[in-house]
Design a protein around this ligand. Structure first.
Ligand code: NDP
Length: 399
């Protein structure tokens, strides 16, 4: 049985650690993060809800020697990185040095530039392959489950996929005027960047939040969604053969956008340092400190999320359009894990990925985006761990 080290005790870490504890496939689980008390709180939940002891530790995931020491002292076989995208490369370096497998849910971003790309992590391919180690990238919901949905549609439902629209709706309400559902810094950097989609072999750029339309989300209803760039587009456009276009859409409420506009206009979303007296302050980091912690939103969250892929293409010479998706209820997530729906939809697939790697089902030396793996074992189990999926025919395309 494998020993698992989870790094990051935020909203996603809370859900994933509890799910890993419930899975019964790890001989030991250690949860490490910057703030030890947050790890202890989650470990307590694992004990009281699942009767499983989770060890805890304090670690600075920006520090490779500290990480290597922790991996070695805990004798871990797999590291599940649920800290921030800034820590991806240091954790991958530590995994290589200590000789263990690696999983994450978000691709690397430099702190000083709002730019997320796989090139930094894909550069580790040869080193992981030579070491006989597996690194699985983007194993949350989107990226993650959405990649697996595409793999499933390509394998079982379509002969050729032509168009994919990934649609992400949080139809829930947390009762706060303004808050983000996952790390505010990462979230705001993503939304305020230019939109981008891939068509006919090239990338097309749009101004931030300038392209929108309404979509009828099962379980939620009609919502306005906006075209964004999202990291899974980069690997999916390479891995789906015959693809013509792939886009990503996310819903936002009017109030959220109004607050975001004001924060941007006054400069609170800037990522460069500003002098305040003798100290340098990065406005978006200050904003993160004063906004509610995403995990604190869970208690009063109501409503549902709906995330999925609208896929168009051909089957047996005929045009076909289908929607593969999951609907998740915030309040049910809270009852089960004390987490909210966004943390839950990310933490469950991350935990299942760790299980499949531990069982050897998804062991494949190198660095991989998960649409290149067999989707069947993942989709056979994900429903049982809390994220059931379904496929429906769609009458209308995403315009
Ligand atoms: P949180 O901010 O709630 O949690 C991040 C955790 O990482 C915190 O506990 C934080 O510590 C810890 N951390 C940050 N820096 C360090 C460091 N240098 N050393 C050790 N620990 C550190 O974020 P979420 O849980 O919401 O998100 C976790 C990850 O999941 C992010 O990378 C996010 O981008 C990704 N994500 C992916 C999604 C997907 O579908 N693929 C969707 C949503 C999120 P502290 O508590 O002390 O601040």
């Amino acid at each position: 049985m494998a020993k698992l080290l989870i790094i990051g005790a935020g909203g996603v870490g809370n859900v994933a650690t509890q799910k890993c504890a419930a899975m019964g496939v790890f001989s030991s689980i250690t949860l490490a993060s910057r703030t030890l008390s947050k790890c202890d709180e989650i470990a307590e939940r694992c004990k009281s809800r699942h009767g499983v002891t989770v060890k805890t530790a304090k670690v600075d995931a920006d520090n490779v020697p500290e990480l290597v020491k922790l991996i070695k002292t805990t004798e871990s076989d797999i590291v599940l990185n649920l800290a921030l995208p800034y820590q991806d490369l240091t954790i991958m370096d530590a995994c290589l040095e200590a000789g263990v497998h690696y999983i994450d849910t978000a691709n690397y971003e430099p702190q000083d530039e709002a730019k997320f790309e796989y090139k930094w992590q894909w550069a580790y391919r040869e080193r992981f392959e030579k070491a006989g180690l597996t690194a699985l990238l983007g194993c949350g919901f989107d990226p993650g489950v959405t990649n697996i949905y595409c793999a499933h549609m390509g394998k079982h439902a379509f002969d050729t996929i032509r168009n994919v629209d990934i649609v992400d709706c949080n139809g829930g309400s947390h009762g706060k005027a303004f808050a983000t559902n996952f790390n505010p810094e990462i979230n705001i950097r993503e939304i305020t960047a230019n939109g981008r989609y891939w068509e006919d072999g090239t990338w097309r750029t749009t101004k931030p939040l300038s392209v929108s339309q309404t979509f009828d989300f099962p379980g939620v209803g009609e919502r306005k969604m906006f075209l964004l760039y999202h990291e899974e587009l980069e690997s999916l456009c390479q891995n789906i053969k015959g693809l013509k276009r792939i886009r990503f859409w996310m819903t936002f409420g009017e109030t959220y956008l109004k607050y975001l506009d004001v924060l941007q206009t006054v400069g609170m979303t800037r990522i460069d340092p500003v002098k305040v007296g003798d100290v340098e302050v990065v406005p978006i980091k200050l904003l993160k400190e004063i906004l509610p912690e995403p995990s604190s939103l869970a208690k009063n969250y109501t409503g549902k999320t709906c995330i999925g892929c609208v896929v168009e293409g051909e089957k047996d010479g005929k045009f076909k359009r289908q929607f593969i998706y999951n609907v998740c209820d915030h309040a049910e997530c809270y009852t089960e894990t004390e987490g909210q729906g966004i943390s839950y939809t990310t933490g469950v697939p991350a935990a299942l990925t760790a299980k499949l790697l531990a069982e050897g089902v998804w062991k494949k030396p190198g660095v991989h985006n998960i649409e290149t793996l067999n989707p069947d074992p993942f989709l056979a189990e994900i429903g049982q761990w809390g994220l059931p999926w379904q496929i429906v025919d769609l009458e209308h395309s995403v315009a």
